[in-house]
Design a protein around this ligand. Sequence first.
Ligand SMILES: C[S@@+](CC[C@H](N)C(=O)[O-])C[C@H]1O[C@@H](n2cnc3c(N)ncnc32)[C@H](O)[C@@H]1O
Length: 504
Amino acid sequence: MTTKVVIPSQGPMSRMLKVAKVASIVSNRIAKDSKEEQFLVQWQSASASDKPPLSWHNLSDLFMCLELVQDYLDARDEAIKRAPPLSKTSLKRKAAHFEADTDPPISFGLSLSSRSPSVASTTSSAPLSVDVYNGVLDRDEEGLYFCRSDPDAPQLSNAPTPEMVRISHQSKVDKAYHRIRAKYVARLNKVPGKPIHLVNTYDQTSPSLRFRFIPEYILREGVNKADPATQEGCQSCSPHMGRCIGCEYTQKCECLEYAAVNEAAITDPTVMSAYREAKDKGNSLAKFPKRFPYYAEGTKIQRAGTLVPFYLDSRRPIYECNDNCRCGLHCRNKNVQFGRTIDVEIFKTDGGRGWGLRCPQQLYQGQFIDTYRGEVITDTEATLREETAGKAKASYLYSLDKFGESEGLSDEQLYVVDGEFFGGPTKFMNHSCEPNCRQYTVSYNKHDPFVYDIAFFACRDIPAGEELTFDYLDKEEGEPNEDPGPDAIPCLCGASKCRKWLWT
Ligand SMILES: C[S@@+](CC[C@H](N)C(=O)[O-])C[C@H]1O[C@@H](n2cnc3c(N)ncnc32)[C@H](O)[C@@H]1O
């Protein structure tokens, strides 16, 4: 007679698993008696020579390790897609069998001991909520369950068996998908600021629970932001000049010192030659005409705060005023620093591009959407992460190289933003060869060429619900396209002028 160890059911929290000791989820099934979705947990083994213990658990036990359930479901989904299709008759027969008896036939000899005071023994004929296959369930001081190896138990090296795999592919996992979605939405609801919605009318999946929403960059080892003492503010401006919109005169505002010169505004030939000379010699261009980047209040309602054409149609960096400025909180030259002001929706795209981002309301040309957030890492660390994760990883890495050339910095000195595991909703923005958004450099410290914001703006009016996209290559006007290499990722943007690949 096989002994199984049963954990008494005492409400959902009483059986939470100790996540740190769970290695992975390796199978799933529907419990014969309770019809609960269950998952086979593979635990970490005490030593490398021990075979890891395995135990079946109801979904409710796994709330704290839903990330691992999600990993398992992704792999299961891939395996199902790769599996040869079953013939209609065999599918029907197996499904019928499965509904009648969903417990996998156990093809290995089980001999389980029950030495933990928190578990009770029963026989295989008793109704089981959870059964342990080759270990002993125990509880730590916080009451969390884990499974430790039992030297007397048989060493199971072949789980999941082919039979377990067959059953797992036919067993429903709707509740697991639902729980994962609920956990993701609960997290979204905690993100400060305007709501982020999650919409998936395509399948049951949710974006990765491993991702954490963060409001600011996380600076990792070796990354240094310029000393706050170097963040000069404009000292000659005030909130009460002219129209009371903060900075009013570009020539007064020291924040624009390094901003692009508006050459079209230089009509005097003497000024033009002085400008050319200063430019050639690398002298200060502070006194030449500049533009504030945003329309101020008082223009058309849909224009206020949007980019003026001088910036909209270019890749010119934007220098916003900062906390050390005298122009006040409501300066017309402060925008991106206040963050997103629109709702966004993360949605599952059709056509193989994964998740995408859209806005449920209409956006106007030049309107700020959000910044790209993530871990700021060194170039060396970025290369390491890229090599470890393979070519697809490159998609979440964003180089902060805007000032590299003008400041004479080498690639190794520059930083990279990795938005894969930490970031904001813009992580989900896909590429299009004919995009409706564009990325801009936004700096609050003109003396720091290393750490600045990457901000997305609508480059045309965007109707409510249209997917937000940008061009991943962000090339200068007229810059030629490189030929795609053998590893080039095919582009699925569907635009009529599609380049056919994402990057080389
Ligand atoms: C920054 S992520 C965008 C969000 C991503 N779709 C997701 O589900 O997390 C970049 C990745 O999205 C996919 N992607 C984005 N735009 C695409 C396009 N036009 N064609 C094909 N895949 C695209 C590629 O897998 C790329 O590596």
